[in-house]
Design a protein around this ligand. Structure first.
Ligand SMILES: Nc1ncnc2c1ncn2[C@@H]1O[C@H](COP(=O)(O)OP(=O)(O)OP(=O)(O)O)[C@@H](O)[C@H]1O
Ligand SMILES: [Mg+2]
Length: 235
């Protein structure tokens, strides 16, 4: 399922970090559009601004300048409460470290995000079961994170990110702590989620091989977009 609805439109995003002594210009002037159903990789050297871009697009940070429209909402104008709700309903996140709660089982780790939205217990258990099946963890519902492999823990964190059916899934180097096989597994899972459910995905990665599995690679250099390559033959 692919169409040409613009889901993210960023104009002239700038992010300057100022710790009182030093100003670091992490993003200089970034404008981009991402379509609904696209699987986009963000690549570039260490320190080029990849995570900073992801944090702006994912509403985890605020740009010092610029405009950002997500799913037709002028998101930089939302108040704190609206922003939290927007993130819970429409955005999902996966990070390098899985950030699972060690005392909770797989299924509990997944449905905490749904509980936060206030859906009924019956519904959040059903939704959690369904996403766990989609990430291939249907037999690990009652394991603790310490009883799972790194790749499986990352799958739990992906299920958690997907449980509220987000419009956009953001991932910042989701495979950086994994071996080659588990990394392939995770990126292939993203590919499948994109193909089967039209999930929009924005993924930062270091690995060209992983970036090549996306529909498009946006290259970042010194806080600016460098190259933007959309593949002719989408997967
Ligand atoms: N909180 C912060 N305070 C000050 N400077 C920061 C902060 N976060 C990031 N930076 C700076 O902004 C620039 C971009 O950082 P960013 O984390 O976006 O890079 P990156 O491309 O994700 O790198 P990596 O591949 O190493 O993760 C870097 O020069 C970094 O030092
Ligand atoms: Mg980074």
């Amino acid at each position: 399922m692919k169409n040409n609805n613009i889901i993210i439109k960023a104009n002239n995003l700038e992010r300057v970090y100022d710790n009182g002594k030093i100003k670091t210009i992490a993003l200089k002037d970034v404008s981009l559009e991402i379509n609904e159903g696209e699987f986009v990789a963000i690549m570039g050297p260490s320190g080029s601004g990849k995570s900073t871009i992801l944090h702006q697009l994912g509403l985890l940070d605020n740009p010092t300048n610029g405009k950002l429209i997500i799913d037709n909402d002028n998101v930089l104008e939302l108040n704190e409460e609206q922003r939290t709700r927007f993130r819970l309903e429409k955005l999902g996140y996966v990070f390098q470290s899985y950030n699972l709660i060690p005392e909770l089982t797989t299924i509990e780790n997944v449905y905490v995000t749904a509980m936060a939205l206030g859906v009924s217990k019956e519904e959040y258990i059903k939704n959690a079961m369904e996403v766990l099946k989609n990430v291939g963890l249907e037999n690990r519902e009652y394991h603790l994170p310490s009883e799972l492999s790194g790749g499986q823990q990352q799958r739990v964190s992906i299920a958690r990110a997907l449980v509220n059916k987000p419009k956009i899934l953001f991932a910042d180097e989701p495979t950086a702590n994994l071996d080659r096989d588990s990394s392939d597994n995770i990126v292939n899972l993203f590919r499948k989620l994109n193909k089967d459910f039209g999930q929009t995905i924005v993924m930062v990665t270091h690995e060209l091989e992983e970036g090549e599995k996306a529909d498009r690679i946006i290259w970042v250099k010194d806080g600016l977009l460098d190259k933007d390559r959309i593949k002719k033959n989408k997967h």
